[in-house]
Structure formats: structure tokens, C-alpha cells
Design a binder for this molecule. Sequence first.
Ligand code: ATP
Length: 133
Amino acid sequence: MSTLRLEVVTPERKVYEEDVSMVVVKGVAGELGILPHHIPLVTPLKIAPIKAKKGNSEEFIAVHGGFMEVRKDKVVILAEAAELGSDIDVSRAQQAKERAEQRLAAKADEVDHKRAELALQRAVTRIQTSGQQ
Ligand code: ATP
């Protein structure tokens, strides 16, 4: 079976590097499934879990924005932050989610809504990714 190399990298570390049969990501224009021999592509990503298929198993990785580059049989995802499901501290994400929701509900002028909205998306993505292990 043909495979492609998936690398997920942040400024701090390499989070993931494996040969996989398919990668499913949420690009800004919608969901994209990348199979071996895909045409070259660069796209920004949404804050969302990505899915890597390996044989019969699936792995989920929380990817917090960034870009995906598809070139030959290699997919490189560069993101500000990314975590494997097993590395996610769910109670920390739950607390971050509650903080963000409180900020958004407060509607106070000093609340940076865009920032709270992004924090909420990161927290929800972490909770979803961890739940899909
Ligand atoms: P928090 O408010 O809990 O810090 P955050 O969304 O502001 O969350 P980030 O700035 O996105 O956090 O990430 C900072 C670092 O902490 C990154 O290395 C990220 O991978 C890690 N990280 C954040 N939340 C979690 C979590 N729930 N479990 C594991 N690692 C996390």
C-alpha cells in the first residue's frame, strides 16, 4: 500500500512524523483528504483536529492553525502549537474553555473578543482530539 510522510512541526518541536495512508485536515476553505500522489498544495488551516490514517487505525492531532504543504509524497504541517491526543491535559483545556466562555459572555469593552474566540477554539479542539483517541 502506498503511503505519504506526515510531519507536524511547531516552533518548539516535531510533534509527529509517520508514514500514513491518508491525512484529513480542515483547511480554511473546507475539509481536505490528502492521499499519496496528491498534487502540490499549500493552504492555511483552521484550528481543528487533523486525522492520520495508518492501516486500520486512526490518530488524531490537535493543530492550532498554521499551514499545510503537500509536496511529492510528503505533507508538512507547520503550526504555532499542536498536540497528540495522548499529550493533552483535558482538565487544563476544560479550564481554558470556561475562561474563554466567561470572557465572551461578559461582553465588557476591555475583553478582546477575537482573542477569547481563538482560545475557545483551541480548547474545544483539544477536548475533541483527546476524546477521539
Ligand atoms: P492555556 O490557557 O491553558 O495556556 P492556550 O490555548 O492559551 O491554553 P497555547 O498558547 O495554545 O495555550 O499553548 C501553549 C503551550 O501549551 C503549547 O506548547 C501547547 O502545546 C501547550 N498546551 C496548551 N494547552 C494544553 C493542554 N490542554 N494539554 C497539553 N498541552 C497544552
